[in-house]
Design a protein around this ligand. Structure first.
Ligand SMILES: Cc1cc2nc3c(=O)[nH]c(=O)nc-3n(C[C@H](O)[C@H](O)[C@H](O)COP(=O)(O)OP(=O)(O)OC[C@H]3O[C@@H](n4cnc5c(N)ncnc54)[C@H](O)[C@@H]3O)c2cc1C
Length: 507
């Protein structure tokens, strides 16, 4: 059982080699830690024998107390902690830190099982967060063991959607047949709470955009071979379309696939650039130029395939790669869909890719809004809390209003996805998803900018209080460029709407 002390007893431990401090009624022995304290000895010595709660929370996140729990001696007698302590799976009580259904508002979209599911997923991912952050910070390849933990929990397939989870055991006892796009939304949001965009891309980025090409266009034997390996985390997969000279204008790709004289395989030559997860990938779902047009091939990492890591603004555990295909032999059975009709395969993926990005983006913004709200409440400058300044409240208002508008649109689109078959989705949702993505990344731009101003120096410091703010301002442009850039999204959205513009409409 934890020991109990009086404040008087703690006060006796106030010499340089015997330092106790109190943080929200918990008593810590800092004597051995003082030399390791990243902020030096001085800030600790100032509070030797005293209550350091305000000073601690002015400089550190609560995570630090969990990390250094071993220095905790006990608690102060007859006193209750005043600060909420986060437990894995907890739903935040900070206004706007969760989407409205989780803040006690009525929702037409979510049922009891969605609530159970979010808690179960959050518990699992909270349990893996420290490990996730180690990969993010080191830039290392996410280990097989780590990825396979997600696979075993059904959380790799859960990212790909209702079709992919059939046959899996899902968190919270959710049955695969009840798994709809609102469950999928929850999964993307919960992964975004790691605030590890590099690692997230390395584990999920390549997989989520490439696996559907096999599910929807692969031959049965190819599906049977590849899907169990990738969805369990035993193998990694990516989508290779972009080339050094061809980005937005996909139709201009130059990588070639020539059919061998006996018709048994293609010979692939060419290069691909910025391929997420490519550095670790075993399989590359690849756009190639065949004799009569563009085709998609599933290429295994084999002789002639080489990958080189490209460093980007997110962590290198994204595995973003430059990929070279040098006379690579690919069996004809690895053709995805029909020869020369690969463009269909490429296009088929875009709506879902954009949907995934939208879900992650709202949660990335939400984390930042939560941190800003907390920080503005606890940070005192010129003798006042930041939240007491009207200009700071005005910034928070703008952030919240933009975030909530976007999230509500996204929930509406999720509902549409639940009630439309693939064909209807393709016709009706490509435009709204593109416009939603365009507006979402504009929202990220404004939220990130205001959050930086609220956090000051901490917003541009990688570790510590501003970690989530720094991460967003460094990486939000990924969503504005990948999966269709803002300009392309805006243009697509309006062009799609124009298709249905009544020719007889007049002002
Ligand atoms: C980190 C990272 C990961 C990526 N992952 C993958 C991956 O896994 N697989 C893959 O295949 N690709 C991937 N990409 C490629 C990505 O999809 C492309 O970067 C994107 O399509 C844009 O292409 P580009 O960079 O060549 O820009 P460009 O096509 O050269 O465009 C440059 C700018 O001009 C604007 N522009 C282009 N055309 C128009 C137009 N018609 N009207 C108005 N403005 C226009 C665009 O908005 C863009 O901002 C990745 C890229 C990065 C940076």
């Amino acid at each position: 059982m934890s020991k109990v002390f009086s404040r008087g007893e703690v006060a006796k431990h106030s010499s340089e080699d015997d330092i106790w401090i109190i943080i929200d009624t918990a008593v810590y022995d800092m004597s051995r830690f003082i030399d390791m304290h990243p902020g030096g000895a001085f800030p600790i010595l100032e509070y030797a024998g005293k209550d350091a709660t305000d000073a601690f929370y002015g400089l550190h996140k609560q995570d630090v107390l969990i990390k250094y729990d071993r220095y905790k001696l006990g608690t102060i007698a007859n006193e209750k902690p005043q600060i909420m302590f986060y437990q894995p799976g907890d739903i935040s009580k900070v206004p706007y830190a969760e989407s409205s259904a989780w803040m006690g508002y009525k929702s037409p979209y979510f049922n009891e099982n969605h609530f159970k599911f979010r808690i179960a997923v959050r518990q699992i991912l909270d349990g893996l967060k420290n490990e996730a952050r180690e990969f993010e910070d080191s830039g290392e390849r996410p280990s097989d063991k780590f990825v396979q933990k997600l696979g075993a929990a059904g959380l790799l397939a859960a990212n790909i959607g209702p079709d992919a989870v059939q046959g899996f055991q899902l968190p919270g006892g959710v049955k695969p047949e009840e798994y709809d796009y609102f469950y999928e939304m929850i999964v993307h949001e919960e992964f975004a709470r790691w605030a590890c965009p590099g690692l997230g891309s390395g584990i999920l980025g390549g997989m989520t955009i490439s696996v559907p090409t096999v599910i929807n266009f692969g031959k049965p034997e190819l599906k049977a071979k590849i899907l169990p390996l990738v969805l369990s985390g035993k193998k990694r997969m990516c989508l290779a379309i972009t080339e050094p000279t061809t980005g937005s204008d996909v139709a201009n790709i130059k990588t070639t696939a020539k059919l061998s004289s006996d018709g048994s395989h293609y010979i692939v030559n060419g290069v691909k650039k910025w391929i997420t997860t490519g550095a670790f990938a075993d399989y590359f779902s690849t756009a190639v130029r065949t004799d009569g047009g563009i085709s998609m091939l599933l290429i295994e990492r084999t002789e002639g395939v080489e990958t080189k890591l490209i460093k980007t603004s997110s962590g290198s555990s994204a595995g973003t790669a430059y990929v070279t295909f040098d006379n690579v032999k690919v069996p004809v059975d690895n053709l995805l869909g029909v020869e020369n009709e690969g463009f269909k395969v490429v296009l088929s993926n875009f709506n879902h890719e954009r949907y995934i990005m939208l879900c992650g983006a709202t949660m990335a913004a939400r984390l930042v809004v939560e941190d800003c709200f907390k920080w503005a409440n606890q940070r005192k400058v010129f003798g006042k809390r930041l939240i007491d300044q009207p200009v700071i409240r005005n910034k928070l208002a703008g952030m919240i209003a933009q975030l909530e508008s976007m999230h509500n649109w996204l929930e509406n689109l999720t509902y549409q996805m639940n009630h439309m078959d693939y064909k209807e989705q393709s016709i009706k949702l490509a435009g709204p998803l593109a416009l939603c993505k365009y507006q979402m990344t504009r929202m990220l731009h404004h939220v990130s900018d205001d959050a930086c101003q609220i956090f000051g120096g901490r917003a541009i410091t990688k570790t510590g209080m501003g970690r989530n703010i720094e991460t967003l301002q460094r990486t939000y442009k990924f969503s504005a460029i990948l999966g269709g850039s803002e300009e392309i999204m805006a243009d697509l959205g309006v062009r799609q709407a124009l298709k249905y513009f009544p020719q007889n409409a007049r002002l």
